[in-house]
Ligand binder design. Structure first.
Ligand SMILES: CCCCCCCCCCCCCCCC(=O)N[C@@H](Cc1ccccc1)C(=O)O
Ligand SMILES: [Zn+2]
Ligand SMILES: [Zn+2]
Length: 512
């Protein structure tokens, strides 16, 4: 036996080296032969006669739109008077849209707006562009560089709540329609514009009612485009080009109210555990035990494939070989909040309330957890996981609201609408890569799921990592250049939707 040891060791080392050599060869071959999912930009670019300038008049209209304080606070608690004023402002600001015989406008659920622009060819299925009128409340007002409802122009940026979420797309799509209609252009395909008034609190009285109205009309929609993921500049690890993120799905959510009720009493005679202490331990366990990393099991894996050939080294090697490196990429993604959101169901602690007086032991403690559910998980799985982690029957888990992850819309070269969207994006951003992904937050599209099987969520502006906290945060702003791109994106989209939506063959022939 001992005499054979050197022989055995040699064989083991040889086996190891051989395996490593084979693996390296496979990795190298896959990296250099990995198919490209990108297509060259279409010839039609944003050229002069085809271009909506962000001139003084349009910027003034956008600034005014920001000045309406259409804040949604809680479900059913909004700002009705501001919404009514904003609706009147929209009517006055786009005279051609509002006087055209081709346009029917319905005010739905008191403040939400549904426009139908009649196409000349009734045989074509309508499509829908969506956004919302409301905004989230202001935080840290003192830290804003310009007042949050000023719409002030400063160093090439328009500041204010709603500039990126989502009055840019509401005003941008109306500008595009006004521009087209004032040039006597009648679209071939009927088009809806849908603007809910309470998206920020779930859309129960706005988009929900719009969805019901369209369902009652028996309407089937060819495709829907709502607010969503942006054109990323430096957002995705290993991608140095602009990356247009088209969300073909969206995470689910589960909002939970955690409650502990214990005996209260005089602070001079405390028991060993209090409601506050019990709840604190529970939520601390939830923070210490994130939901499992599911990177590579859902649409996020396709995102890596779509950009693999364009990535910088060593990411190119990793993305072309997810069969081997998926755990490594999963780890890389889990390190930053904006990429971690793609890797797992997230857990955010959003409220924590207890106590009424310094010397009174609170009999009750309450916390709210906001989970965003990975497309490959479910509400039940998340609930089960939390129960196991907390492992304390004194902590009651009440569901406030929930939605399963959305279905995935078609994408790739066999989906004419996705390809049309890709072409339109490339008209505005000729050098950008375009990739399907999923939305880490939620949109009004949850109320439109039965109207269309092709639902996309995309914001046609560029965002850097430092812009992400501006969403619902301080110093929300959009650059004038980005707002111009937004208007022109919708303009090109409307024009492109009149071209036949046939299947176009692009690039390589792999099936997607
Ligand atoms: C690869 C790395 C890419 C990183 C990309 C980051 C993309 C960030 C996109 C952020 C989009 C924000 C869109 C906001 C929409 C929004 O706020 N929706 C709300 C809707 C809602 C309201 C009440 C209850 C539940 C849900 C929300 O999701 O909270
Ligand atoms: Zn929004
Ligand atoms: Zn929002």
């Amino acid at each position: 036996m001992w005499a054979n040891l050197p022989r055995i060791l040699t064989l083991v080392v040889r086996g190891f080296v051989l395996t490593l050599a084979v693996l390296t060869a496979v990795v190298v071959i896959r990296t250099v032969t990995f198919p490209s999912y990108q297509t060259s930009p279409p010839e039609c670019k944003t050229t002069d006669p085809d271009f909506i300038p962000a001139d003084e008049e349009r910027l003034a209209r956008f600034t005014s739109a920001i000045q309406f304080q259409t804040v949604s606070y809680e479900r059913g608690v909004g700002t009705p008077q501001e919404l009514a004023k904003f609706v009147r402002f929209i009517q006055k600001s786009f005279p051609t849209v509002h006087s055209s015989p081709m346009v029917r406008r319905d005010v739905v659920g008191n403040y939400s707006l549904l426009y139908r622009v009649e196409g000349s060819d009734a045989s074509l299925q309508p499509y829908m562009l969506a956004s919302h009128l409301d905004v989230v409340p202001i935080t840290e007002e003192a830290n804003w560089e310009a007042p949050p409802f000023s719409g002030q122009l400063k160093d090439g940026y328009i500041y204010g709540r709603g500039t990126i979420d989502a009055k840019h797309s509401l005003m941008g799509s109306l500008e595009a329609l006004e521009f087209l209609l004032s040039r006597r252009h009648q679209p071939k395909r009927t088009l809806y514009l849908a603007f809910g008034h309470d998206e920020e609190t779930g859309g129960h009285f706005g988009a929900k009612v719009i969805g019901d109205v369209l369902t009652q009309r028996g309407e089937k929609i060819a495709f829907i485009l709502d607010e969503g993921s942006p054109v990323g500049d430096g957002l995705a690890p290993g991608v140095s080009k602009l990356l247009a993120l088209v969300s073909v799905a969206e995470k689910g959510f589960l909002q939970l109210r955690l409650e502990v009720n214990e005996e209260g009493g005089h602070a001079s005679m405390p028991r060993s555990e209090s409601a506050i202490g019990i709840l604190s331990k529970a939520i601390s366990k939830l923070e210490d035990n994130p939901h499992p990393n599911m990177f590579g099991t859902g649409p996020e894996a396709r995102m890596m494939e779509y950009v693999a050939t364009e990535m910088t080294l060593p990411y190119r090697i990793l993305a072309s070989n997810l069969w081997l490196f998926s755990p490594l990429v999963a780890w890389v993604y889990s390190r930053k909040p904006q990429t971690n959101a793609f890797a797992r169901t997230t857990t955010a602690l959003t409220r924590f309330n207890a106590g009424v007086k310094d010397n009174v032991i609170s009999p009750e403690a309450v916390a709210v957890i906001d989970h965003r559910i990975h497309p490959m998980s479910s509400v039940e799985e998340v609930m089960e996981f939390d129960r196991k982690v907390i492992n304390d029957p004194r902590v009651k888990l009440n569901v406030i609201n929930n939605r399963p992850p959305s279905p995935t819309s078609p994408y790739g070269k066999d989906s004419p609408t996705y390809m049309m969207l890709q072409e339109t994006i490339q008209q505005i951003y000729p050098d950008a890569l375009v990739t399907p992904t999923f939305m880490v937050a939620n949109t009004d599209t949850r109320h439109y799921l039965n109207l269309s099987s092709a639902i996309y969520r995309f914001n046609p502006y560029v965002m850097t990592p430092s812009d992400l906290p501006r969403f619902h945060g301080v110093n929300e702003r959009i650059s004038v250049q980005n707002y111009e791109r937004v208007m022109n994106f919708y303009y090109h989209l409307i024009v492109n939707m009149d071209k036949p939506l046939e299947l176009k063959r692009h690039g390589h022939e792999d099936e997607l």
